[in-house]
Design a protein around this ligand. Sequence first.
Ligand code: RUB
Length: 306
Amino acid sequence: MQREVERIREDIKELRIQGAKNVAKAAIGAMGLIARKSKAKSRDEFINELLVAADELASARPTEPMLRNALRALFADIKKSTGDVEELRRLVERNEVEYFRKVKENEEKIAEYGGREFSHSSVILTHCHSSSVVAILKRANELSNGISVICTETRPKLQGLITAKQLSSAGLKVTLIVDSAVSYFIRGVDSVVVGADAITGKGDLVNKVGTAGIAVIAHENGVNMYSAAETFKFDPLTLWGGIEEIEERSPEEIINPNKLKGVGIRNPAFDVTPARYLTAYITEMGVIPPQSLLNVVLRGGFESLY
Ligand code: RUB
């Protein structure tokens, strides 16, 4: 694998590139980079270079169907083409441009649907950092008289601080809390909105660990719980009984294990929120209850996923 691609993989693994959408864009960007730099003499050699890198990139974060969907779609197009190396090079480059365009278009639609949904809210709570949630909250703030956002810090890697900084510099009123303070503050919250790493065939949400607990707290207190997610996050493997793999990260992110000799430390990156705790997914196709999401995705045909 080329050095630049190795660096992209490391950046994804170490969360310097973070959030499902940024991870998928980085992988498609890496495919474009390989295509531009490849010195392959034959079709097979060219495709093989891409395949090796794609495998490495996909394994950097196992709970990322948006990344896998994007790569799968690219290889489906490559398979359909009978072109030589130059033609394939152009195909991969076109794919990169088109994917970035589509993702941006989806983000703008999600920001508009979500912004309108929250334009009458005054306090919204979010967890971790999702680029889709940030786009929605900025739009909601423009459409309303100003909203106030509560951000969890999001242990152990503190991605909530990214959200807090981005929203605060966009002029929103932001309050940072520790993850365990959600139930203390929930009564003053109008809605909760989080991102999504994966959506399953049952409409369940896979997102940053802690999301499922927040959903139960929101439910118990009659607070609406939304997830902002383009349909690219739907994982087709879950339709045939596949279970979304949950990435388990190094214990060192939590504490130096030498300081706690004899104590086991676990660090799952994500958890699963059952569909019944969710009010709706805010997607590029509209605000959709989790029970209807599968129908909407299928109506667009599987190709709409990729
Ligand atoms: C990030 C996270 C985000 C989703 C969606 O987890 O859970 O909510 O990835 O992000 P991590 P986006 O920090 O482990 O990547 O809306 O940007 O796709």
